[in-house]
Design a protein around this ligand. Structure first.
Ligand code: GUN
Length: 173
């Protein structure tokens, strides 16, 4: 990791994330939404909202994963990251999250719940510091890291991309 990214990660208290990269939760709403009023895909009560810092540096990868809430990514500093996304019907799209709007980068992007997504920085001697906000709030029970074979079998036409952003064997967080 380049020195600047390392210093930022230390100052913010970032820790390794099971999907890859580094994170620190900065907000977890005290109030909760009861499971009874949440959509059926949620297995328990959830905080109203949560937010994290998330960093990808150098060759770090956010591996393909999906969660049960929409997730909003906000760009803070460094260079752009490319976010790859496969929706539930197998449509692939990508978003360059960064603050150079004139170069086609998007400072804020939403990943709908249930989409598989993965990310990396394109400039390998750099880093991207972003924020990820979810509501209902994040819970590891809603987090699924893709198994390479399962996702390739499901979306064979995206196999090359999937192989680049999955681990062959996934251990549950
Ligand atoms: N808290 C822990 N992990 C995550 C994550 O992947 N996304 C969000 N939004 N919050 C988290």
């Amino acid at each position: 990791m380049i020195a600047k990214a390392k210093t930022i990660a230390e100052k913010l208290g970032l820790q390794p994330h099971p999907e890859g990269g580094y994170f620190k939760e900065v907000y977890r709403a005290e109030d909760k939404i009861e499971m009874a009023v949440l959509p059926k895909r949620f297995s328990g009560d959830r905080n109203f909202c949560t937010s994290i810092y998330f960093m990808l540096a150098g060759n770090d990868k956010s591996h393909f994963h999906r969660i049960q809430s929409d997730e909003i990514w906000h760009f803070y500093s460094g260079t752009a990251l490319m976010l790859h996304r496969i929706d539930a019907t197998g449509n692939y799209s990508r978003i360059k999250i960064g603050n150079d709007v004139l170069a086609g980068e998007t400072p804020q992007a939403v990943i709908p719940h249930g989409n598989w997504f993965a990310a990396e920085v394109e400039v390998k001697d750099s880093y991207a510091l972003v924020g990820c906000t979810v509501s209902p709030g994040f819970n590891f029970a809603d987090f699924e890291l893709a198994e390479q074979k399962d996702l390739c079998d499901k979306f064979p036409k995206h196999s090359d991309m999937i192989r680049r952003f999955t681990k062959e064997c996934v251990t549950k967080p």
